[in-house]
Design a protein around this ligand. Structure first.
Ligand code: UDP
Length: 253
């Protein structure tokens, strides 16, 4: 296979030049990091699961008219994506209190929020991705007011879609993070969902038991991360159900 040029390597993914201008190949690694990369591990199979799950969510979003960077899955670990200019902000949507919101405001984890809350964090590992206000964003030119309105609207549509998908399989979407990029079609700029949507960037709790099925399993040493992500994929029908756990066929008289 021809050697491809690496464009960027992040903590969980690598981007290579794509086969055509304006495209990239996104490779999902097995590496997991938490607490701004203070905690690291390689978790076999995580990349394969996230490649599939991100494909599943992005394809569903496209079907309801939410634009994303996803073009097609190429193999177990790689997908073809549209090249975007990433806006240097993490867009977080919260339905229930957890993580940094609970710590910052002293709200017990799991408390239902009166409405979905959208937050922005500056994408800067050295600063630990600090929370920023719309005032900061506009003053420092990270995005314009019109972009911000579009970003909030996109994030809330993703929230509705993801919450519904998860609810249907007995999972509560507590919160998630997305990244958004700019693309140009001729002179017309628009914003699309980029990066990934996977249990690495969501909080997913089983509705019945409260069991965590997301990266908190790794952050908080709660068991096997692969098992948790496999469970999410299995419930969504992204992976065939585990044959060893499938009920035996029953004879119908
Ligand atoms: N998140 C993420 N990447 C980050 C920070 C947060 O994907 O760099 C996700 C995280 O998995 C959770 C949501 O964004 O689903 C909210 O995270 P929070 O602000 O509570 O931060 P944390 O407690 O994870 O530090």
């Amino acid at each position: 296979m021809a050697r491809r040029n690496k464009v960027y390597e992040g903590k969980a993914k690598i981007l290579y030049e794509g086969p055509e201008p304006g495209t990239l190949v996104q490779y999902f690694k097995d590496d997991a990091t938490a607490f701004n990369a203070e905690k690291k591990a390689t978790i076999e199979g995580k990349g394969v699961l996230n490649n599939r799950l991100s494909e599943f969510f992005m394809t569903g979003l496209a079907q309801i008219g939410v634009p994303t960077h996803f073009i097609k899955r190429l193999n177990m670990r790689e997908q073809l994506i549209r090249q975007v200019e990433i806006i240097p902000l993490e867009v977080i949507v919260r339905n229930f209190a957890a993580g940094s919101l609970s710590k910052r405001l002293g709200i017990e984890e799991g408390t239902a929020l009166p409405r979905p809350i959208v937050e922005f964090c500056l994408k800067d590992d050295k600063l630990g991705d600090p929370l920023v206000s719309e005032e900061h964003i506009m003053a420092f030119g990270w995005a314009e007011q019109r972009d911000l309105d579009d970003m909030v609207a996109l994030a809330l549509r993703v929230n509705d879609f993801m919450s519904g998908m998860m609810l249907a399989v007995g999972i509560k979407l507590v919160d998630f993070k997305i990244e958004i990029g700019r693309v140009w079609d001729n002179d017309f700029m628009r914003l699309i969902v980029a990066d990934e949507i996977s249990p690495d960037s969501c909080r997913l709790w089983d509705i019945e038991s409260g069991q965590k099925l997301d990266k908190d399993v790794f952050r908080r040493d709660l068991g096997s991360l692969t098992d948790a992500y496999t469970e999410v994929a299995r419930r969504l029908g992204v992976l065939p159900s585990n044959v060893t756990h499938a009920p035996k066929p029953t004879l119908i008289n």
